[in-house]
Design a binder for this molecule. Structure first.
Ligand code: CTP
Length: 406
């Protein structure tokens, strides 16, 4: 999964020889998880057919203000198209189209859509070297940059004219990589290292039995995906769960016991900016682990337990600027208990979930939380999906980190 996953990309194609590469660009964008619609100029159709592009994008390709194929829907709305898009990429962007874009000329659907679009716009210039070097082209690019548009630099190499120089459209995969990199840099958690723990821990009794709990790991996995979507470099340390990470940018470290989790968390902690301990760590483990399977010899059996280390409290003690967030799962005196944990464990914030709230807690797709910070401010949220809860938690963390920085 990439940062383009789920994004709606409007690809504008203008009429240059590099338009033949736009079919591959559509494929690369879709492969990166985006849905793609194409708007093209009339002259672009000389280089690549709308049929190819609509087959690849699975959407009709638009080029005129009037829809001649459907008499019930005669108007191709540039405003709707512009609003549909999360981002617009004009590739290839010819000297002519760049000049018109920078001067507000609006004589085709691509240009009208550009003027209507409120989303980030990228242009990938493509032309012969002398046209690219011409002060008029430089002026167009400068103006587009001043509008907040982003220019994807042209490459150097052999051009359609046979000349060699700067002006080739960037390769489709490089365009996608450039856009992903650009979006990541603008993401709110870009440059931050985030450590999340998830799931239960299993504390062995003998080689086949363990003490565990019902935690599914879902909340922690959602937090990891949310942080990665917000641009963070994420390490997810998870106890036993069947969940998988969809995002290849998340480093997943699987552990079994509280002791394993303690060790792994402390290994990453010194290089981490934000920690969210969502794991349901066992508070006790069997004092002795039998080497062999325990046989049923007696009618009664007792297992002696000893406390595990409180990982979160140990992080609170070793804190060196990390923003530390714990979870509190309570059944009574929720606020008091959560606040007590926040203070005792030297946390920056704690996420309270009460088992008294229907739909909240272990092994459920939903959760109902209150976010409490170390200044005593508490923000309650409604019952939501764990995906939405994860976003609420990171938005709360970001608000506080941004306030600290300003
Ligand atoms: N936690 C931890 N290590 C433990 C137990 C808990 O790091 N051995 C962390 C959890 O990941 C969670 C927070 O501490 O972020 C609170 O966990 P919770 O079970 O609610 O509280 P406890 O501190 O264990 O206290 P109690 O069980 O008495 O409520």
């Amino acid at each position: 999964m990439s940062i383009l996953s789920g994004k709606k990309v409007l690809l504008g194609i203008s009429g240059g020889i590099a338009a033949y590469k736009s079919a591959i660009l559509v494929r690369s964008l879709i492969k990166a998880g985006a849905s793609v619609k194409v708007v093209m100029t009339e002259s672009a159709k000389e280089f690549v057919t709308p049929l190819t592009l609509s087959t690849l994008s699975k959407h009709p390709v638009l080029s005129s203000f009037v829809n001649e194929e459907d008499e019930n829907d005669v108007w191709n709305s540039h405003v709707d198209l512009g609003l549909w898009a999360d981002l617009m990429v004009v590739a290839p962007a010819t000297a002519n189209t760049l000049s018109k874009m920078s001067n507000g000329v609006c004589d085709n659907l691509l240009l009208a859509t550009y003027l209507s679009a409120k989303c980030p716009v990228f242009v990938a210039p493509a032309m012969d070297l002398d046209m690219y070097k011409h002060p008029s082209t430089s002026k167009s690019l400068e103006k587009l940059r001043s509008f907040g548009n982003t220019v994807i630099p042209a490459g150097t190499g052999e051009l359609a004219s046979g000349l060699v120089g700067e002006g080739r459209m960037a390769e489709p995969d490089d365009i996608v990589a450039f856009i992903c990199d650009h979006l990541k840099r603008q993401a709110p958690l870009f440059g931050k290292k985030v450590l999340i723990t998830a799931g239960p821990t299993h504390e062995p009794i003998d080689p086949v039995r363990f003490i565990g709990n019902r935690a599914s790991g879902k909340m922690g996995f959602e937090l990891a995906h949310c942080a990665a979507d917000m641009g963070a470099e994420v390490t997810l340390i998870s106890g036993p769960t069947h969940l998988e990470v969809a995002n290849t940018e998340i480093t997943l470290v699987r552990v079994v016991t509280a002791r394993d989790m303690y060790e792994k968390v402390h290994e990453y902690y010194p290089h981490t900016d934000i920690v969210v301990m969502a794991a349901a760590v066992a508070d006790f483990r069997p004092s002795k682990v039998a080497d062999q399977k325990i046989k049923k010899k007696t009618a009664k059996m007792e297992i002696a337990l000893e406390p595990t280390q409180d990982i979160l409290a140990s992080l609170g003690k070793a804190k060196q600027g990390q923003y530390l967030v714990g979870f509190a799962l309570e059944t009574e005196n929720e606020m008091e208990n959560a606040q007590g944990k926040l203070e005792r464990k030297h946390l920056d914030a704690i996420v309270l979930n009460s088992l008294n709230d229907e739909g909240a807690g272990f092994d459920k797709p939903t959760n109902k939380i209150t976010f409490i910070d170390n200044r005593g401010k508490s923000v309650p949220f409604a019952l939501k999906s764990k995906t939405e809860v994860a976003a609420d938690i990171f938005n709360q963390i970001l608000l506080r980190l941004n306030a600290q920085e300003n």
